[in-house]
Design a binder for this molecule. Structure first.
Ligand code: NAD
Length: 326
């Protein structure tokens, strides 16, 4: 019997390959660099399943090049790189990897928050110049973290994980979301549901955890930045286009806020040049989920989603299962 064919846009990890190899004839893109678009369009032609990353745009053009495709399984929780309605129209299942990366991503958001407030990266760079003259009273003064107010925009899995970490720092937590969470979660995390305006006005740290959608694109703009405290910091581990980078650079320049720490960018892999030049900005290369354990779990989850689907079962993390034609 002919086995289904899958394309994996990276070599993945042995544990994920074992799952895929048991169910599919798999064409693995052999290197850890992004597969060129033309190569992706060529290789997807006869495939039944696609295991992809957030760097691959899954749109009508790709779907048209893959008439046999039945499932797109992304190794990421965010799926703004996939045109889900277009997939649904062509009866293609879409799956993602929620849950397994929450703590790892919340850890990174916390690392960014600490780094920008306490000027950790600047200090490290200074030490390496050999130019540190020794302790001084007014060197690299930052902002305190403990006891401050944390504003979480997007109080889902990762946003709540960040709020949980703040409990150890005796912080007050404000959150804004399109939906209020149950009272027991608010109690557990000592979190108060507030309108966006209040969160921006009262928070010392504003951390972003919304998905990228039409409703969240440029959520952080000149007008929202103007509402923040001049001593506040912005942390973004969600998706780059949630922040208007030009507006952020201008707000920093005008000292409207005290600093920013970013893991994601509006036009990855490019970074706005005005941000690159600033010392009050901490920049990381989209490593929110980048621990060995978590990236392995994500790849295994994506492989499992595809394998379950071809075994005739509903994949555990189906995004559009109910909308597909039966
Ligand atoms: P989630 O679905 O659990 O939480 C998202 C929350 O945002 C939900 O509670 C939702 O109600 C809320 N939300 C959606 N639109 C909103 C709006 N317009 N205004 C206010 N709230 C809104 O998702 P999650 O697993 O916590 O992940 C959040 C996002 O983080 C992902 O979509 C992904 O883009 C990003 N992410 C980035 C990395 C990284 O490497 N930096 C890693 C993991 C996830």
């Amino acid at each position: 019997m002919n086995r289904p064919k899958a394309l994996a846009t990276r070599p993945l990890f042995p544990a994920a390959r074992a799952i895929l190899d048991a169910s599919f004839d798999v064409d693995y893109w052999p290197v850890q660099d992004k597969i060129p678009r033309a190569e992706l369009l060529r290789r997807i032609a006869g495939c039944d399943a696609l295991i992809c990353l957030l760097t691959e745009k899954i749109d009508d053009e790709l779907l048209a090049a893959a008439p046999k495709l039945r499932i797109v399984s992304t190794v990421s929780v965010g799926y703004d790189h996939i045109d889900v309605p277009a997939c649904t129209r062509r009866n293609v299942m879409v799956t993602n990897t929620p849950g397994v990366l929450d703590d790892t991503t919340a850890d990174l958001a916390w690392a960014l928050l600490m780094a920008v407030a306490r000027r950790v990266v600047e200090g490290d760079a200074w030490m390496r110049t050999g130019g540190w003259p020794g302790w001084e009273l007014d060197q690299l003064l930052g902002g305190d973290v403990h006891g401050k107010t944390l504003g979480v925009i997007g109080f889902g899995r990762i946003g709540r994980g960040v709020a949980r970490r703040s409990l150890g720092f005796q912080m007050k937590v404000l959150y804004h979301d399109s939906a209020r969470v149950p009272a027991e979660i608010e109690r557990e995390l000592c979190a108060e549901f507030v309108p966006l305006e209040r969160l921006l006005r009262d928070s010392d740290f504003v951390t972003l955890h919304v998905p990228l959608t039409d409703g969240t694109r440029h959520l952080i703009s000149t007008s929202t930045l103007n509402q923040m405290k001049s001593t506040a910091y912005l942390i973004n581990t969600s998706r780059g286009p949630v922040v208007d980078e030009a507006a952020l650079a201008q707000a920093l320049n005008e000292k409207k806020i005290a600093g920013a720490a970013l893991d994601v960018y509006e036009n990855e892999p490019r970074v706005h040049p005005a941000l690159l030049a600033r010392r009050d900005v901490v920049l990381e290369p989209h490593i929110g989920s980048a621990s060995i354990e978590t990236r392995t779990k994500m790849a295994v989850m994506a492989a499992t989603n595809a394998a379950e689907f071809f075994a005739g079962r509903r994949p555990p993390n189906a995004l559009n299962a109910d909308a597909l034609r039966k």
